[in-house]
Design a protein around this ligand. Sequence first.
Ligand code: G1P
Ligand code: ZN
Length: 544
Amino acid sequence: MTEIDTVSVTPFSDQRPGTSGLRKKVAVFRQPHYVETFVQAILDCVEGLAGATLVVGGDGRFFNSEAIQTILKMAAANGVGRVIVGAGGLLSTPAVSNLIRRRKALGGIILSASHNPGGPDGDFGIKYNVSHGGPAPESLTEAVFARTRSLSGYRIARAPDVALDKPGQAAIGAMAIEIVDPVADYAQMMETIVDFDAIRALFAGGFRMRFDAMSAVTGPYAVEILERRLGAPAGTVINAVPLPDFGGHHPDPNPVHAADLIAEMNGPDAPDFGAASDGDGDRNLIVAPGLFVAPSDSLAVLAALAPLAPAYADGLAGVARSLPTSRAVDRVAAALGLPAYETPTGWKFFANLLDAGRITLCGEESAGTGSNHVREKDGLWAVLVWLNIIARSGKRADAIMREHWSTYGRDYYSRHDYEEIDTAVADGLMADLRASLGGLPGRSFGGLTVESADDFSYTDPVDGSVSQRQGVRILFREDARVVFRLSGTGTSGATLRVYLERFEPHPGRHGLDTATVLAPVVAAAEAIAQIGGRTGRTAPTVVT
Ligand code: G1P
Ligand code: ZN
């Protein structure tokens, strides 16, 4: 008999999940009972746990292994029937979503802080995904939060650690543990979505690609799919081995943190296509030779051309984007007569639309795109659909992007992040901004005149749930837009995100410098929100 300990705890007050689960510094998670309290709250709040199957895996960052062992012992003590866990404790976020769906699991626990740095001084995170494979809805995350503040103890099996280094079977007490190859099911799913033959022929013809896995979880997936199954030359995937500290890098696939890739793609002998993914494999970066593809533009291209991939050959049911994502995809939807939805930030809001069959594709400006194949964004999937489009259209990635702008116009886009600002200052800025909204329409800031200003509120068209105060949006008559919101994934202080965009219909003006085009929009945003005066910052921390 495996013995079960019930350990008494004093509840924590800071375990409210954010945009994407509970995310904190590693040191916070390493406090005694911290992981256990949050996991017990999850296990207490999900219905139907007894005898159920859970999927567990993470992005391999520092503390991944320890957290998984704790979760296995707690799952056994709480009556879970079976846990499917990735060998080495590894599973990308989209791979977890796929396994939950394919294996009809009750849900899954993902250990990751996504694109945030790892290592002992870095970040860690835990999030729960439900039976459709997507992130838990707010009703569940709020219930978990309430539970973390009231529970008095947790249950854990007294058992040795389980060896997870290779696929096989194990058990703790009556709970079965199935250790799976993290890549196999995912790779098989990709073969049903994109045209592997066409991409294989592309590589056989000498097409050159660089994929930067950023020493994070996607390495094994990218090597298996791109190099082994699609025949890309060995070495196409770089930084392919997941490391606990991501090699000291910041596994965030944007032009700032993937600077080497951008430099190579702008170099004299650039490969034909460049891509990268983040810590847990749900984000993607697409770079054409000499041309960075903004994530919002990538979503629009995929919406227009995804039917070149077998899974979408019959066309799309509809598309969705988060509020701060540029309106480029809306233009495609309008031209093709597709329903288009605008949701709050975070993947959980797409899940209902995908489940109801209202949309096929969705995405966010933060380098996340996905489809109805899983209920998470999926970095490698986006890269493979791009390769499929290139292979089937016979066009270079940069030509595809420029032709897209000629057809639909270009939404110049940028995001300015002000990181680690004082929480009270950030809250005050947002509160005053909200209070000023009524007086803004009709006022001019530089050359821009406010058309409308509001605080985005979303009513889910499927279940009717309402999410308020999801971001301040200001539309200008000149077809420009600014969105202000505070990050829900940061781990110290507050991060103010300012999203800036301006539409340019004329093909003769599609090759301009983004910062130059957006300068008046930046000035208007500053004049409206007084960011400099309030935060003392003269420039954003990160511009993407
Ligand atoms: C950020 C991104 C958002 C994404 C989330 C999880 O959230 O902006 O699009 O869904 O990470 O990857 P934020 O920090 O802005 O709340
Ligand atoms: Zn991620």
